[in-house]
Design a protein around this ligand. Sequence first.
Ligand SMILES: Cc1cc2nc3c(=O)[nH]c(=O)nc-3n(C[C@H](O)[C@H](O)[C@H](O)COP(=O)(O)OP(=O)(O)OC[C@H]3O[C@@H](n4cnc5c(N)ncnc54)[C@H](O)[C@@H]3O)c2cc1C
Length: 471
Amino acid sequence: MSTTNTDVLVVGAGPTGLLLAGDLATAGIDVTLVERRPHGLGNMTRAFGVHARTLEQLDARGLADELLATGTTLTTARLFGRLDLDLTRLPTRFNHLLVTPQYEVERLLERRAVDAGVTFRYGTELRGLRQDAEGVTAELTDPEGTPLTLRARYLVGTDGHRSSVRTALGLPFPGHSVIRSIVLADVRLAEEPADVFSVNGSGDTFAFLAPFGDGWYRVMGWTRTRQVADSEPVDLDEIREIARKALGTDYGMHDPRWISRFHSDERQAPAYRVGRAFLAGDAAHVHSPAGGQGMNTGLQDAANLSWKLTAALRGTAPDPEALLDSYQSERHPVGAMVLRSSGAIVRLAMAHTPLTRATRSLAAHLVNAIPPASARAMGMLSGIDIAYAPAPGTGRPSGRRAPDARLREGRLYELLRQGEFVLIAPGGPAPALPSTAPVTAKHLIRATWTDPAKRTAVLVRPDGYVHWTSN
Ligand SMILES: Cc1cc2nc3c(=O)[nH]c(=O)nc-3n(C[C@H](O)[C@H](O)[C@H](O)COP(=O)(O)OP(=O)(O)OC[C@H]3O[C@@H](n4cnc5c(N)ncnc54)[C@H](O)[C@@H]3O)c2cc1C
C-alpha cells in the first residue's frame, strides 16, 4: 500500500473544502484535496443565495466580481408575504443577495485552488483515519478501489452531512428532522412575479421563488397535506399546485430542468476539532435551507480555519493549540445561531395554529416596524454582523468584522487577497505588533490610512476580522 505525505489533507471538494484548500495553498502550504466523485461530475445545484459577508470573503480572494456576473442581485427579501428586509441598508459594497447556482461558486473556487497548487485526487474516498501526536493517517481508496494511505499533519473533513471524517472521529451528530417532503425545481415562468424573492404561505402550504437572472427560477414548495418519503416521485403538477395555494398563482411554470424532493435535518457536531482533525461546513452543521445559510456558513468556517492552520504550520502563533481551539469557540456558536434562525424561519412559515400564526404576524410586524430589529435580522442573515469574542489580551473591536476601507495601497479587501494579516497604521514608523499576534513581520502586509487624522493602528486577520487595535 502506498503512503503519501502532505501538510493538510482536505476531505471533500464541495464549496467549503475548495475554499479551504485554496487558502492554504495560496499561503504556500502543501495541501491534498480528496473527493470521492470522479472528476467532472458536479454536485447537484443546491445553494443559490450568496450573502453579503460571503461576497466580502470572495472579494478578499479576488472572485466576487466574477461571481456577481454569473447571477442576479436582489435588494429585498420578502418573508411570509409581509416581512420585507431592505438589503440596500447593509453597510457593505455588497448590499444585496446574489442569486447564482452553487456550481458557479464551486467552479471559481476550484479554479483558484488549482492555480494555487492544491493536489486534487478525484474518485478517492476516505474510509477511516487514526491520529498520533505528529499527524493523521488517512485510509483511502483510489478510483480503482485500491487502498492507499495518506499521512498529513492536519486533516479537515469538509465531506458534507454524512461525513465519514465525523464518523471516524467518533463524533455524534445530534438533532432531528425539521421538515420533510420539500419539493424543488428550476423552471421557466410564463409571467414574471412582482416579488422576485418571496416566501409565502398559509401555514399549511408555503412556496418560495427566486430568479437566477437568466430566465430560470428556483421554486421550492411544501404542503402539510402531502408528506411522503424523499424517494417518492415528484412532477411539475405537484409543484404548480403548491405554488397556486401559497402564492395565488403558479406564474405559468414550465420546462423544469430538474425536480427533486428532499427533507431537511437540524444537526450540529458537538466538537469541530478532535486533536489534529477538524470539521467544517455541512460535516459540522446542517439545517433547513430557509434563509439560505448552509453554503455561506461553510465558506465562513473555511475562511476562519485556513489562516489558523497556516499559522500553526508556519510556527508563527504564540500559542498554536489555543489558536486552533479558537476555531471551535468562534465557529460553533455561529453554527448554533444559524440552526436557531433557519429553524425559526421554517417553523414560522409552517405555523398553522391560531397562536403560532399570530406569532408570525407579530414577528413580521415588529421586524417591519422597528428599524433596529430589521437591521439586526439583516445583519445576521447576511453574515455582516457576525462577530467573535475578542482575542485574549485585546478588547473590542477585536473580533469584529473589519469593514472595507480605502487605503493608500488600495482597498483593504484587495490587500487581503494575498491571504495574510494586514496592519493598517498612520504614516511614519510602523507600530510594534502585539505579543498575541499569530503573525510575524515576514508575512505581514503593511498599509496606511488615506486620512492623516487617523492615529490608530489596526491589525486585520486574513479572514477580515479585527485582531487588535492600538487604542
Ligand atoms: C435545496 C437546498 C437549497 C439550499 N440553498 C442554499 C442557499 O441558498 N444558500 C446556502 O448557503 N446554502 C444552501 N443550501 C445548503 C448548501 O447546499 C450546503 O450547505 C453546501 O453544499 C455545503 O457545502 P460543503 O462543502 O460543506 O459540503 P458538500 O457540498 O456536501 O460537499 C461535500 C463533498 O464531500 C464529498 N465526500 C463525501 N464523503 C466523502 C468521502 N468519504 N471521501 C471523499 N469525499 C467525500 C462529496 O462527494 C461532496 O463533494 C441548500 C441546500 C439544499 C438541499
